[in-house]
Structures are given as C-alpha cells and as structure tokens.
Design a protein around this ligand. Structure first.
Ligand code: TRP
Length: 356
C-alpha cells in the first residue's frame, strides 16, 4: 500500500482510513483482541492540537478496555538535534499531561524508551531486515530532514522508523493509533514483522495503524499549532495565559462569524476550537455568534477553552504536587515494559538461534 501525506483535516479516503473504519467496528465488538502502542517525543508540553488530534482518542480506547502502552520516546528526540535539552523535565511534563487527560497508570503502561534495553536491542535484527533505499524513501523522515536543526543528517534520523518498529513490536502491539504522518513508520513496522516471521518463524503480529479524524486546529497566528512557534494553547497554561494568547489571535475584518476553513482559516479555526470544547458543531457555534465580530468570538473561545481545560488543569496540578508519586508511576511503567521486552527478546533470540 502506498500512502499519501496530506495535511490533517482534509483527509481524502485512503486505504488506511478504510481500514481504520473496519478496525473501529472490531474494537467495539471485541476490544480484548487488541493491544495498543502509541506515544510521543518529550519535547515540551502538549497542547490542544495534540489533545483533539490524538490524546482524547487514546483515552477513549483505553476506556473501552484495550490494553495500552504509551511510550515517551526520549531517544527519538535526538533525531533532529545534537543535544536533547531538559529531557528529564520534558519527560515529567509529558507524564503529567498524560495523567491529567485521563491515561490511567492502573490500566495503561507509561514508559520511557531509554529505560528499556531489550526494546532497543531489537533494533539490530530489525535493521538487518530493511534496505538503505527503503529507509531513504520514507516521506516523513525526508520531511523531518528538511526541517531539521542539524547541518548533517545523523544515522539515528535515518534509522528511527526501524527503531519505532521496535517500540511497537517489543510488546507485540497490533494497533497503533497515530496521525497520518506516522503511516510510513507503521508500514515499515509491518514489513519488518513480515520479514522477521518469514525468515525466523512466527514471532510478531503485523500491526495496523488506527487513524482518527483529526480536526485541523491552527495556532493563534494562523499557522500550524506547534510548541516551537509560541502559538499553541498548552494543556498546562493558566486561564490568564490562555486568554492572552486568544486575545492576540489572528482574525479578519469581517463582523459576521462563519465556519469556512477554506476561505477564512483563522476565524474558522477559532470557531472549531470553541466547538470542540463545547462538544457542538462549528456551524452551531458560528450561527450563535452571528455578526457579533471577532472580539465576541475570542471571548467565546477563551471561555470554552478555559472551562473545558479546567478539570484537566486541576488534575495536572494535583499530580505535579507530588513528584515522588510521578517518578513511581514512571518507574512502575518502565518495570512492566522491561518485563515484556525481555520476554520478546528471548523469543527473538530463540527464533534466531542465538540463545547460547
Ligand atoms: N514518532 C512519534 C512522533 O514523533 C513518536 C513515537 C515514537 C511513536 N515511537 C512511537 C508513535 C511508536 C507511535 C508508535 O510523534
């Protein structure tokens, strides 16, 4: 299957989307057949784009009873920079965000890449199963190289999709909820699983990507919402910071508020944000506002966002008060991930006849 990279929010009907619809049906009838792995790079706090794009979907799947592993991909941070600054702070921030939105450490395993040696060791046999041209062709890697802060491309950048295959396969996950940009990595994971099984015997499942409908939320400056651009409303921001950011948001001069992403992207993104927070459609929000103008729109957005995030922020603050507890949650997640990774690596060694 080939995948086309399209901006989220304007998804065409791809094979991956059709498959995702099938998977959703299977999930409702038999959640017990699935094991999920998904995760993020610890590069800062999560924002509303992440929340409505992927995070709420993870919690939904966890709450349906699917066994879930959430990886904090700390090694992957080094793919496009020489030094990963503030890594341990970011790992804690990410964990806080996860806990705040409802990832439950009793039911889901939150763990860090670098604390699971057997996971990382899977990279070696996996790299032997992919060719250099296959690595070079990966459209997401190509795109990341273009946006990289490094003058030259590191080996880790080229090989990280195979590393991500190890992230997914170490726990034999068969479902990977991700955004469109991660499809090439799931594809290479499937290829590696197939080739491994063919060469050494059946060890790995061939995981499916699960795409959710990701609404296109712009940052307050009208460009892609991103931590590095200062245009993102983070889950952890205060109500005042949120108000300030939204007050400065880009709009247009027209008084009537409409939802028309193609011709009025900035205004429409604000309408959409209010709608997502209120659990209503953007058309309803726009028609309520009528010709009230941009200032009224911004007030509505601010109130909706702050009301929506208020319980999440309260839970986050609660967890942040006890760093010892936070560390224990991570340590327990790492222990669980290590147990699973060790068992898988033992199977891999046996299959490869390397168990001396
Ligand atoms: N590459 C993902 C990102 O940048 C993070 C990630 C690492 C991941 N390992 C993963 C996602 C395994 C899904 C499955 O967002």
């Amino acid at each position: 299957m080939t995948t086309t990279l399209q901006p989220t929010g304007v998804l065409g009907t791809t094979a991956a989307q059709l498959r995702s619809a099938e998977l959703e049906e299977l999930i409702t009838t038999d959640p017990g057949r699935f094991r999920i792995l998904t995760g993020d790079r610890p590069t800062g706090q999560l924002h509303l784009g992440h929340y409505f794009g992927t995070l709420h979907n993870r919690v939904r799947l966890q709450d349906l009873g699917i066994e879930t592993y959430v990886i904090i991909a700390d090694y992957q941070v080094l793919t496009d920079r020489d030094v990963a600054d503030h890594l341990s702070d970011y790992v804690e921030e990410l964990t806080l965000d996860y806990l705040a939105i409802g990832i439950d450490p009793e039911r889901s395993t939150i763990f860090t890449h670098s604390a699971v040696p057997a996971l990382n060791q899977l990279l070696l046999p996996f790299l032997s199963l992919v060719s250099v041209p296959e690595l070079e062709r990966n459209p997401t890697v190509k795109d990341e190289i273009v946006h990289s802060r490094q003058s030259s491309v590191s080996g880790l950048m080229f090989t990280y999709p195979a590393h991500q295959a190890a992230d997914i396969l170490f726990c034999k996950a068969n479902l990977v909820p991700v955004g469109q940009d991660q499809l090439p990595h799931v594809e290479i994971t499937r290829t590696i699983a197939r080739r491994f099984n063919h060469r050494y015997g059946d060890v790995f499942p061939r995981p499916d990507a699960l795409l959710s409908e990701a609404p296109l939320l712009l940052g307050t400056d009208g460009t892609k919402m991103s931590k590095s651009r200062g245009n993102a409303i983070t889950l952890a921001a205060t109500a005042d910071e949120t108000a300030r950011l939204i007050r400065g948001a880009k709009t247009d001069a027209e008084r009537s508020i409409t939802y028309d992403p193609a011709t009025r992207p900035e205004v429409s993104s604000l309408v959409l944000l209010a709608a997502l927070c209120q659990g209503r459609t953007p058309e309803q929000v726009a028609s309520d506002l009528g010709s009230a103008g941009a200032a009224a729109l911004k007030r509505t957005v601010t109130d909706s966002v702050n009301e929506f995030l208020s319980p999440i922020r309260a839970r986050r603050a609660e967890y942040a008060r006890d760093r010892g507890h936070l560390r224990r949650i991570l340590r327990a997640g790492n222990e669980q991930a290590n147990a699973v990774a060790n068992a898988t690596l033992a199977e891999v060694r046996t299959a490869m006849k390397c168990n001396y």
